[in-house]
Design a protein around this ligand. Sequence first.
Ligand SMILES: Nc1nc2c(c(=O)[nH]1)N[C@H]1C(S)=C(S)[C@@H](COP(=O)(O)OP(=O)(O)OC[C@H]3O[C@@H](n4cnc5c(=O)[nH]c(N)nc54)[C@H](O)[C@@H]3O)O[C@H]1N2
Ligand SMILES: Nc1nc2c(c(=O)[nH]1)N[C@H]1C(S)=C(S)[C@@H](COP(=O)(O)OP(=O)(O)OC[C@H]3O[C@@H](n4cnc5c(=O)[nH]c(N)nc54)[C@H](O)[C@@H]3O)O[C@H]1N2
Ligand code: SF4
Ligand SMILES: [Mo]
Length: 685
Amino acid sequence: MQSYIKIENGVVPSVCSLDCPDQCGLLVHKKDGKITKIEGDPEHPITKGAICNKVRNMGERIYDDKRIQTPLKRIGQKGEGKFVPISWQEAIETIATRWKKLIHEEGAESILPYSFYGNMGKLSAEGMDRRFFYRLGSSQLDRTICNIAGSVGFSYTMGGSYGTDPEEMKETKLFVIWGINAVSTNMHQMMIAQQARKNGAKIIVIDVHKNQTGRMADWFIPVLPGTDGALALGIMHILYKENLVNRSFLQEYTVGYEELEKHVEAYDPQTVSVITGVPAEDIYTLARMYGTVSPSMIRIGNGLQHHDNGGMIVRTIACLPALTGQWLLRGGGAVKSSSGYLTYNQKALQRPDLLKQPTRVINMNLLGKALLELEKPIRSLFIYNTNPAVVAPEANKVRDGLAREDLFTVVHDLFLTETAMFADIVLPATSAFENTDFYTSSWHNYLHLHEPVIAPYGESKSNPNVFRLLAQALGFDEQEFKDTDEQLIEQALSHVSTPYFPVVTYEELKNERFVKAKDIDQLLKNLPTPSGKIELYSKKMEADGHPALPTHKPLVQESDLPFLFVPAPNHNFLNSTFSNNEKHIKLEKTPKLFMNQQNADRLGIEDGTVVRVWNHRGECELTVSTGDQVLPGVVVSQGLWSDALGKKHLVNALTPDRVADMGGGAVFFSGRVNVEAANKEKTVQ
Ligand SMILES: Nc1nc2c(c(=O)[nH]1)N[C@H]1C(S)=C(S)[C@@H](COP(=O)(O)OP(=O)(O)OC[C@H]3O[C@@H](n4cnc5c(=O)[nH]c(N)nc54)[C@H](O)[C@@H]3O)O[C@H]1N2
Ligand SMILES: Nc1nc2c(c(=O)[nH]1)N[C@H]1C(S)=C(S)[C@@H](COP(=O)(O)OP(=O)(O)OC[C@H]3O[C@@H](n4cnc5c(=O)[nH]c(N)nc54)[C@H](O)[C@@H]3O)O[C@H]1N2
Ligand code: SF4
Ligand SMILES: [Mo]
């Protein structure tokens, strides 16, 4: 096997490392050792050569002048962006010296790692770093910012993150695309739905915003934010009443279907209509379609669980396919995430046993609070794979925390992000193209090996290599910190306990490129719920303090401000990644705020007006787009915009750092705001 790095001119395989369910197979074209073009790998069984525009232009990001080439030391004020280059030796020594002192004076818990999945590679996101921070005995981080509420909710019903295989979805006759902007965030799901449509399938989109995905639907159903659980219960009400449920399936594979039948009597279409904003006759039509068209598939998004009640919403929707027996049909069922099939040997890779005694655990959604309010303060942060100054809720609080003079912050990234501007030491990170790693998707069921396609940029280092250096500097001389990337992969692939994980070695992966999970069709035989069945009634939920049956719970009424604010992602950025790349910014034009025409008329705001959006947490500026894309009382923005365009587009200045009903999840979309033309004085604070 020759190293791809050594191939100066040619085409080499790769995998997209971004936090996106599609996890595309890529082909990277090289000339004189540099990437000249990135395209989709036509041999990839799911993504089949199609990739998004973001990654087609990724080469520009890899060789962007703004990329950090050496470690940096801050010389100006925090947030000011004045740094000077230093050597790796000085950087690592500075960190090690500071941490040794902190550990001696205040204990290792005064140090907090802060990371997410800017790089989805297992070694990059949850490998040597975890070993290091367990061994250090630092505070641990609960990584809750993305999908946890929905994952916990789905698991109460189905036992884990298991969904329908995308490769079966060509046979689906009814696609319900629910709370996911799939055209932008899961493009191959949409391509499969389109293929199925050619064979007669219908596409229904249920969303708070008629965005590019809603516009592609055969039927778009607008719903009020945070009310999807009620809508699902209304569907159940009709399915039971009109005998559209599959009783033999319910009997054999579920628990609680009789209790559920009684329970959903309360969710008659009239009542549900008032809660959801969906007309009663539409609820009937939807339920009858769902009850009669088979196979049907529900693609449950991440958007609808970024709410106070997000866990319960997903728990509730996850019950629907069982009511009609969809799980027995090819192309039938639902998918929120399928990460459960390819759960590798996490213990072997992450080594939680290196943690000598339990430490405090900090919910990443509460970063601002944690930095400003903890009695036993955090004195040092090590941030990698994430840009919390832009993506975390209550951004102003986060930034106040990051600005603390006594806080020693290290940021490892490819760019001088908004977060890195607050760092004392910045470390240059390799891009995923420069690393060895392995990947599993949260949507399709393939495992990929990635071998580096280009040499490290400048002096940049991969995440595992940085933690190897830090381990050495802190005197951790155990073998665990000397394992090579190849050894880490071998450990992660061996002695895996899930029935779906393919038996495969590192060497085999090198030749295979994509390896599929096995026996996915055995899901109903392996359900890891307490009863081994689909739990429509869940005793576990009761024990955890939730209603045992799916139940609508309204959003927290945090204030009387007139609008619910849904600051969603956009098409051309990936979270805040690409928000500093000119090409992507140009494609997005300006940060918009979608508002219903009725609201705009009443406020005297015209299409294209720059407005100030505010609440007690902060404010930002957006350009209004009026029309019927959102219901009255709801405003939607798109994109996590960079400070390079002025801090005024920081939507997370407005989002709450409350946590969702399950898993401590983020509630980005449950905040309330007021809106006013930017040139007027504020009327409400
Ligand atoms: N282009 C692009 N792709 C991405 C990302 C990106 O930023 N840009 N981010 C990646 C990441 S990390 C993730 S987690 C996924 C997220 O991708 P998705 O699963 O699509 O989730 P979101 O984009 O957060 O929101 C999806 C939709 O939920 C809608 N929504 C909000 N509240 C509600 C509600 O109460 N009910 C209903 N029915 N709909 C609601 C929003 O209007 C939006 O259309 O995408 C990944 N892919
Ligand atoms: N308002 C609002 N806020 C949101 C959301 C929303 O819908 N609305 N979505 C939320 C969701 S679902 C998510 S997942 C989060 C995501 O938020 P983040 O995880 O912060 O994602 P990004 O903004 O893409 O930032 C990833 C960073 O990792 C860096 N990076 C990439 N590869 C590597 C590597 O190998 N090593 C190191 N050290 N760094 C690397 C990138 O350069 C980038 O700066 O945002 C959340 N924030
Ligand atoms: S961001 Fe998503 S769609 Fe684009 S190349 Fe990567 S995995 Fe594919
Ligand atoms: Mo996410």
